[in-house]
Design a protein around this ligand. Structure first.
Ligand code: ZN
Length: 220
């Protein structure tokens, strides 16, 4: 691990400095060896990493995430059996059910936060990583990477999963619940997206995108 020198006021016009997102201290950028991590000198937060094969790893995780997303939407999440009647529910079916029961705002919110935003994140990530790997023009990737950060707080997969687990416990007392294959793929999707976020270092992605854009960015 490497602790960088804080940047002085006179140096802040330099294009090669990095600001700590946790405490705001600016540091002079210094290239680091493969496998090393640059830390903030004030709060020791991670500033950037030089992770080998970052793009390839993130690409494999994103493709896995897309497959899990398709499985999560194609199969039932839960089945409920009571008095000889069997009812199954899918992710999109849950939104449709809210709409049909007179809760259009809830239905739209559910579909946006559970289906549309996570799908946008996965597809955008795929485009960004392919752009980096195949040296495509970076402008669309820069636009998408900005929007991923704007929309990330609105992705509510974990909240939805927690709500589902609570319902499983509550409804389990009243009827027989059958856990559908989509529930497992949904749980693995949350895990895969979290690992992808941890693998993709924002500073390195921005540096590589700007380098493709022809800007003189010598980072990582
Ligand atoms: Zn800091």
């Amino acid at each position: 691990m490497t602790e960088l020198e804080p940047i002085t006021r006179a140096q802040t016009q330099s294009p090669s400095y990095v600001t700590c997102t946790d405490c705001g201290l600016a540091h002079d950028y210094r290239p680091i060896a493969v496998g090393e991590i640059a830390l903030c000198q004030r709060c020791e937060a991670v500033l950037y990493r030089n992770r080998p094969h970052m793009v390839q790893m993130a690409l494999a995780l994103t493709l896995t995430g897309l497959i899990l997303f398709i499985l999560s939407n194609a199969f039932p999440l839960l089945g409920l059996s009571a008095r000889g009647l069997m009812q199954e529910i899918t992710l999109i079916g849950a939104g449709v059910a809210f709409w049909q029961q007179g809760y259009p705002v809830l239905a739209v919110l559910l579909l946006l936060t559970i289906v549309i935003f996570p799908l946008f994140e996965l597809l955008s990530q795929l485009w960004i990583l392919l752009s980096l790997q195949r040296h495509w023009p970076p402008e669309p990737a820069i636009f998408l990477f900005r929007w991923i950060h704007e929309l990330k707080p609105w992705g509510m997969l974990e909240v939805f999963m927690l709500g589902m687990l609570v319902s499983v416990v509550k409804l389990g007392e009243m009827a027989t619940l059958i856990v559908g294959p989509a529930l497992w793929s949904f749980a693995f999707l949350i895990l895969t997206m979290a690992v992808t976020s941890a693998t993709l270092d924002d500073f390195s992605v921005w540096s590589q995108l700007k380098r493709c854009d022809g800007k003189n960015d010598e980072s990582v």
